[in-house]
Design a protein around this ligand. Structure first.
Ligand SMILES: CC(C)(COP(=O)(O)OP(=O)(O)OC[C@H]1O[C@@H](n2cnc3c(N)ncnc32)[C@H](O)[C@@H]1OP(=O)(O)O)[C@@H](O)C(=O)NCCC(=O)NCCS
Length: 158
């Protein structure tokens, strides 16, 4: 059987819909939201992602299979940070919306996207990359050297 060839490319404004699709499917797979709830976020996310891409604050990475179908993706967002002594940068690279189509999982595509994001952050002179890991994603990130931090959260009871 021939080995399938994958191509990694950067997303453009025209890919905003697919980036929103990947984010929505990620939330559904993570069971964070139902499909109906997740779909409600699409319009706002498309607007946000386009704006961030335009201002150079977000880079989307997409993986295409040999038929040019997009099968995986993820975004590196330069997220604004509060000032901190000795910090040379005003933002921090944050990896979000990493998603691989089910039929294409376990082939190293998310790994490829994460590696490419790390490479870009390094090239831009940042000292770190941050993210929030899902259960499924944790192994991928850990293998590449990501560590747990001391972040905490307080949640209001609804
Ligand atoms: C998490 C997710 C993005 C991983 O995508 P993926 O493309 O399958 O990831 P990879 O193939 O790089 O790695 C997955 C596994 O395959 C293994 N693998 C990597 N390259 C491989 C290869 N060439 N051949 C076989 N296995 C491989 C990895 O070691 C990893 O093992 P693990 O599951 O034990 O950790 C995908 O499962 C997904 O979309 N899940 C739902 C959404 C989600 O949770 N996204 C992450 C948000 S933080």
């Amino acid at each position: 059987m021939a080995v399938e060839k994958f191509t990694l490319r950067r997303a453009t404004q025209r890919d905003a819909d697919i980036l929103a699709y990947q984010r929505r499917e990620m939330f559904i797979d993570m069971k964070t939201y139902s499909r109906k709830e997740a779909e409600l976020g699409d319009r706002e996310y498309i607007r946000w992602v386009k704006e961030k891409m335009k201002s150079g604050k977000l880079t989307g990475f997409l993986v295409e299979n040999s038929e040019k179908n997009i099968v995986a993706g993820g975004c590196l967002w330069l997220r604004e940070k509060q000032p901190r002594p000795s910090a040379k940068k005003k933002d921090v690279p944050y990896l979000l919306s990493v998603h691989t189509e089910r039929a294409y999982r376990g082939k190293g595509l998310a790994t490829l996207i994460v590696k490419e994001s790390i490479k870009l952050a390094k090239k831009l002179g940042y000292p770190r990359v941050e993210l929030h890991a899902s259960k499924q994603g944790e192994g991928v990130y850990r293998r590449l050297g990501f560590e747990r931090t001391n972040e905490m959260v307080y949640k209001f009871k609804s």
